[in-house]
Design a protein around this ligand. Structure first.
Ligand SMILES: [Zn+2]
Length: 67
């Protein structure tokens, strides 16, 4: 595995279904919210406005990756 910034991070954003904190994750060209309990993903757009520190750091790293 080459070095990349983390592919996921724990956030404090609650899952809309179960209320447990979701993780923020990314694949090649996409970033999304993921609930491990529900095994569901949610579009990041709905959560960016209430992003917490973990989310902001994660998104910062995404941009750093684009070198
Ligand atoms: Zn959930």
């Amino acid at each position: 595995m080459p070095f990349f910034a983390a592919r996921s991070a724990q956030t404090t954003i609650p899952c809309p279904q179960c209320g447990k904190p979701m993780t923020i994750e990314r694949s090649c060209h996409q970033v999304y919210m993921h609930c491990r309990d529900c095994a569901k993903t949610y579009p990041i757009e709905e959560y960016v406005r209430k992003a917490d520190k973990a989310m902001e750091d994660f998104l910062d790293n995404c941009y750093v990756d684009r070198i």
